[in-house]
Design a protein. Sequence first.
Length: 128
Amino acid sequence: MSREIIATSQAPQAIGTYSQAVKVGDTVYLSGQIPLDPQTMEMVDGSMEAQIRQVFDNLQAVAHAAGGSLQDIVKLNVFLTDLAHFPLVNEVMAQYFTTPYPARAAIGVASLPKNAAVEMDAILVLGA
């Protein structure tokens, strides 16, 4: 099975040796997104809610570039430097997703790239 590299200017460009996403068959593996504004490549200013929204917006842009949407996500990983923000992730996520929700993990980490407080990656299946 061949793989296709997914790239869009609507999400932050890769800041390392990785692709925004890789599509293999109907499965798309989305790289981690932090709250970077894709136009400025700077971290968004504002509240934790604004940061979480930017991450979901970035994931959504990559999902669209792959021919899908957030609703096609079957597995979502959430990385937080402070797990006290987990209820806020749930609150914001409910505004981006409808049932059935994807499988999910929330992981507390010591640090993230660019001192981000949140990062998410995902696996989506097109047409699932």
